[in-house]
Design a protein around this ligand. Structure first.
Ligand code: 13P
Length: 255
């Protein structure tokens, strides 16, 4: 079975002026072990305006820099949007797609994601596709149906031999920013289900594809969650705004 390297990504959401990004990156680099001794890949998902600051300061450190959204088209009448090629030109390596906050507040749809995920891959960006159910859906027993739909649509136009290049983040909406972290068992169950969905397309890809958990991950609960066999890392919101917490969560990936 291929070894899946753990991945800990901090999602700054709407945080991070260039001044804050500068201070943050400098501090983070003092806290992380050298890339070759890190138990996990580490990444930062930052606002567009902080991308170049982070890229410059983190160059050569192995810390990945991701945008938080992009448009599927290369060019056109899409005011306010940024394309995959623009991100690549800026030195960005990865992009978060379909975060539940964008689905909720900005009209992000599974249909659009069906185009965005392959567009990101084609441009050379690693997409981090976010999926997850609401509390009402979980209570109604609809978690699997929701994940089947989101994974099915989001990965539909991705060729089987590129599936493993996608990172999936399972982020149950009821656990985001609420302090109500999913139990390790719940995270494991949902993530194993995501992996099974991918396996129905390609078993080989499912074994290599990394699936992260997101939702109120903190240094205090990270070890237990990351110890689950199918949980390949974490997408960390609030706690990632403190570089010390992010570094501790990355260290927790060592078990
Ligand atoms: P919190 O860690 O703040 O719950 O946010 C999770 C998240 O949405 C990461 O993308």
């Amino acid at each position: 079975m291929p070894e899946r390297r753990p991945y800990i990504a901090g999602n700054w959401k709407l945080w991070g002026t260039r001044a804050q990004a500068t201070e943050y990156c400098r501090r983070l680099l003092t806290l992380l072990p050298e890339a070759s001794r890190r138990p996990a890949d580490v990444g930062l998902c930052v606002p567009f305006t902080a991308l170049d600051t982070c890229i410059e300061l983190l160059q050569g450190s192995g810390v990945l820099v991701a945008a938080q959204n992009m448009h599927a088209e290369e060019t056109g009448a899409f005011t306010g949007e940024v394309s995959a090629a623009m991100l690549v030109e800026a030195g960005v390596q990865s992009v978060v797609l379909g975060h539940s906050e964008r689905r909720q507040h900005d009209g992000e749809t599974d249909r659009a994601l069906q185009e965005k995920v392959p567009a990101a891959l084609a441009a050379g960006l690693q997409p981090i596709l976010c999926v997850g159910e609401t509390e009402a859906e979980r209570e109604a027993g609809d978690m699997q149906r929701k994940l089947r739909h989101q994974i099915g649509e989001g990965l539909e136009e991705v060729a089987d031999d590129r599936l493993a290049d996608v990172v999936v983040a399972y982020e149950p909406i009821w656990a985001i920013g609420t302090g109500q972290v999913a139990t390790p068992d719940l995270a494991q169950e949902a993530i194993a289900f995501v992996r099974a969905l991918v396996a129905s397309r390609s078993e080989e890809a499912a074994e290599s594809l990394r699936v992260l958990y997101g939702g109120s991950v903190k240094p205090e609960n990270a070890v237990e969650i990351l110890a689950q066999p199918d949980v390949d890392g974490a997408l960390v919101g609030g706690a990632s705004l403190d570089p010390e917490s992010l570094a501790r969560i990355a260290a927790a990936a060592a078990g």
